[in-house]
Write a protein that binds this ligand. Structure first.
Ligand code: 13P
Ligand code: ZN
Length: 275
């Protein structure tokens, strides 16, 4: 028996593999964090380091994440390598009682620290935990090419991106009826982009980082990966349609069609994005 036999670690590694297989994680691109349930922490505890790492301040703070444990990809580590050597590429970190620092409890055996986007993940976990009554556990950052391409041609507003994505695949309004947030281009990895993104995540399950990628959240790996996959698939269709048609869209899903989907599937669409 090893920590790698535990379902929660296997599920986490599988999501890393799925993301790599989609082509969303060139080099060290992207990162994944999971907020552990207390029973999962207890299952993993026998494998923790005898002496945990040093506390490292994050530059951000959250009261509702005091004392929590997260699984995180390592900064500079490749998703491609996670299933080959999980103990060297991912880690479990503990958050201190002040809710402003982490220390490594397991993993990254050859050195390193959690993703450089940990401050963004952390604040997004805080906001999504609050917004979902504690249900949200996964924050996922990926670099899907079609979605990134869209950020070069569409105005960088939630309205423009939500409408384009809702209308490029019929499932989209059912999967993210509140829409998607859009963050302007910002320097990655710090407190500023963390705070800008977490403002958006008060409303949205997913936010787009202009010329960079996607932040998605959810209660488990399947739903979070499914959300990212749905958004990128729709972006791919949008890109193909504009490329094939010389930029002209001859017919699309109308706003009344969107309302009809919402009615039949029992979801409430964010009305501010409908005409
Ligand atoms: P990390 O290797 O630190 O996770 O950074 C990758 C990335 O995508 C930054 O936005
Ligand atoms: Zn990135």
């Amino acid at each position: 028996m090893s920590i790698l036999d535990l379902d929660i670690i296997k599920g986490y590694i599988r999501m890393c593999t799925d993301g790599w297989n989609q082509g969303w994680h060139e080099r060290n691109g992207g990162n994944l964090t999971y907020r552990m349930r207390p029973e999962e922490v207890e299952q993993c505890r026998p494998y923790f380091k005898a002496t945990p790492g040093q506390w490292v301040n994050m530059g951000v703070q959250a009261d509702n994440l005091r004392g929590e444990f997260f699984i995180s990809t390592g900064s500079g580590k490749y998703f491609r390598n996670v299933p080959l050597a999980p103990q060297d590429n991912i880690c479990i970190v503990e958050i201190n009682e002040a809710g402003d620092a982490w220390r490594i409890a397991w993993g990254l055996e050859k050195g390193g620290h959690p993703t450089s986007e940990f401050p963004s993940h952390f604040l997004n976990h805080s906001v999504r935990k609050e917004a979902t009554g504690g249900a949200c556990r996964v924050i996922y950052h990926a670099h899907p090419a079609n979605l990134i391409a869209m950020t070069y041609i569409l105005p960088l507003t939630a309205q423009d991106f939500t409408r384009a994505l809702w209308k490029s695949a019929t499932e989209c309004p059912v999967v993210f009826p509140e829409g998607v947030g859009v963050c302007p281009w910002m320097v990655p990895g710090g407190a500023d982009i963390a705070m800008a993104t977490s403002e958006l995540m008060k409303t949205y399950q997913a936010a787009i980082w202009a010329q960079h990628g996607l932040f998605a959240s959810g209660p488990d790996f399947d739903i979070t990966f499914g959300l990212a996959h749905t958004i990128e698939k729709s972006a791919e269709i949008y890109v193909k349609v504009l490329s094939m048609g010389g930029g002209i869209i001859r017919q699309t899903i109308t706003d009344d069609d969107l309302r009809a989907i919402a009615r039949d599937f029992g979801v409430t669409l964010n009305e501010k994005f409908l005409n």
